[in-house]
Ligand binder design. Structure first.
Ligand code: ADP
Ligand code: MG
Length: 236
């Protein structure tokens, strides 16, 4: 479902991705775990069709990102690290706007919004301006908006940040549902415990390279002498 081969990206003179490779199967949650500045968000933007000038091969849902970023945007649900919302709209207005842009039929849109708004318990905020809401509520709005077109692939950049424990649990259960439906999910985080809890496989990214990859169990095996936490802490 997702193939990344020898991905390189420079910003000006600085190479921030230095040949990254990984694959994600249908129904798999792949974690990109690494400290701040290691290249997670850049990788996520490339997978979502937002950054299109890079070297290497990136295929998402059968589509070559560099060739057809618009099609990638149609099949991907992308949650950026910082919610990108219109602060002067209400959530209700924002969801209709997103539905319109993505061409989602009105009745389907309304049903999806209703379900997700209920699950995340933000009904009471639906008619307040987004700019006046808390970061956690904005994060929930961002999550909901990324799911409205029923994407095949989810690219979640530090998507649990700012969620209260109950919402985090609801979100986790949603992810397991998506997994059952066969969606591929890339989940970036700098929190080891989250990767451990959520991901089927994890790639540890450090200074633009994946330095280790496997299930959390396998990674623990590799670093037998040391606890994985300690190995990871050294990098952060
Ligand atoms: P992470 O999400 O793991 O914290 P990022 O992908 O955001 O890492 O950043 C990786 C490196 O690329 C950092 O050194 C960051 O400063 C740099 N970087 C990210 N975006 C840009 C940009 N638009 N222009 C220049 N440098 C950038
Ligand atoms: Mg980041």
């Amino acid at each position: 479902m997702i193939i990344v081969e020898n991905l390189r990206k420079r910003f000006g003179g600085k190479e921030v991705l230095k040949g990254i490779s990984f694959t994600v199967k249908d129904g798999e949650i792949y974690g990109l775990l690494g400290p701040n500045g290691s290249g997670k968000s850049t990788t996520m933007r490339i997978l979502s069709g937002i950054i299109t000038d890079f070297e290497g091969k990136v295929i998402v849902g059968g589509v070559e990102v560099a060739k057809d970023p618009l099609q990638v945007k149609r099949i991907v649900g992308y949650v950026p690290e910082t919610p990108a919302l219109y602060e002067s709209l209400t959530p209700a207005e924002f969801f209709s706007f997103v539905g319109g842009v993505r061409g989602i039929p009105k009745d389907i849109l309304e049903e999806r919004v209703r379900k997700l708004v209920e699950a995340f318990e933000i009904k009471k905020y639906m008619n307040q301006l987004i700019g006046t809401l808390s970061f956690g509520t904005k994060q929930k709005i961002s999550l909901i908006s990324s799911l409205l077109h029923d994407p095949k692939v989810l690219i979640l950049d530090e998507a649990m940040n700012g969620l209260d424990p109950k919402s985090a649990r609801i979100f986790r259960e949603l992810l397991y549902e998506f997994k059952e439906e066969g969606k591929s999910i890339v989940f970036s985080t700098h929190v080891l415990a989250l990767a451990e809890l959520i991901c089927d496989r994890v790639g540890i990214i450090y200074q633009g390279r994946i330095i280790a990859e496997g299930t959390v169990e396998e990674l623990k095996e590799i670093s037998k002498e040391e606890r994985l936490e300690d190995v990871f802490l050294k990098l952060t």
